[in-house]
Design a protein around this ligand. Structure first.
Ligand code: PAF
Length: 285
């Protein structure tokens, strides 16, 4: 693999190799098994894979969150060396490569802007859309891979691609979990060990919620999830919604479930001020 930091070098290298399809895994670094599983999937499908590492300031609505976001450049490169091939590229741009000028573009995603993460983190998805559209412009991937843990982000990116008429194929990679069920996330490094042990409750609760759908309706499931999470000292729930996979419209009753949609229970928990998100498919059968 080669690590490159400028757009010119990256594009020159891609032109020189002239391989297709080009696979792309955008990341903000602090890499873990979840990112590696996306990289491995990309490798299976593409003769060249670009992994970007860029902590995008425009998607942080909280300055402290941006400041504290984990940055582990050396171990990121070590991890990538263990999975990438000779032809693959790691793109680690500075801010001016991504934003030569301030990005003032505004994106609109209908209901996706009005639920869950969008309400908790105003402006977040606009920043994600800015950076992802810019990275797509630079890398020009044929296939791009995103983790399913960021369920709403995946829906936003699919909507972005549709709006911009980009031909890139978007693939969602399954959530990779620790042995106790906690969804892998760069933010897990910020948890102190005791809190991290307690955080297994999130997936346990989601799994129970997925089983409850057979015998209970949405309000009962939502109140079970709230009670279960709030029992843990230091944990509070930001939201739990059961939504469809396209428009992310929150269900208020099971009768609203449509046969041609999939449904996911999506949760955000504040664990001693660290935000953890997760989701699980919730199906009637
Ligand atoms: O999921 C992430 O790590 C980021 O939101 C992304 C897609 C790399 C954009 O900065």
């Amino acid at each position: 693999m080669k690590a490159l930091s400028t757009v010119i070098e990256l594009q020159r290298q891609l032109r020189k190799m002239n391989l297709a399809p080009v696979g792309f895994v955008p990341t903000m670094g602090a890499l873990h098994e979840g990112h590696l599983s996306l990289a491995k999937r990309a490798i299976q499908q593409c003769p060249v894979v670009v992994i970007s590492i860029f902590v995008n300031p425009t998607q942080f609505n909280d300055k402290n969150d941006l400041k504290n976001y984990p940055r582990t450049p050396d171990s990121d490169l070590e991890l990538l060396k263990s999975v990438l091939r000779e032809a693959d590229l790691v793109f680690i741009p500075g801010i001016k490569e991504i934003y030569p000028e301030e990005d003032k573009r505004e994106f609109h995603f209908g209901n996706l802007d009005n639920v869950m993460e969008a309400l908790q983190r105003p402006g977040h998805f606009n920043g994600v859309a800015q950076v992802v559209s810019r990275l797509f412009e630079i890398v020009k991937p044929d296939i791009a891979f995103f983790g399913l843990k960021d369920f709403q982000q995946l829906a936003v990116i699919k909507a972005l691609v549709k709006q911009t008429g980009n031909k890139v194929k978007i693939i969602g990679g399954s959530i990779i979990r620790e042995s106790d069920g906690l969804a892998m996330s760069s933010r897990n490094r910020l948890l102190d060990p005791e809190i991290k042990n307690h955080a297994a409750i999130i997936y346990k609760t989601l799994s129970a919620a997925a089983r409850m759908i057979k015998n209970y309706d949405i309000p009962e499931i939502k109140s079970f999830v709230r009670d279960s999470i709030s029992m843990v000292p230091g944990f509070s729930i930001e939201y739990f919604e059961i939504v469809d996979d396209i428009e992310l419209i929150p269900l208020s009753t099971k009768e609203e479930m449509k046969k041609d949609r999939q449904y996911f229970g999506c949760i955000a928990v504040s664990a001693e001020k660290i935000r953890l998100i997760d989701n699980i498919e919730i199906g009637l059968v």
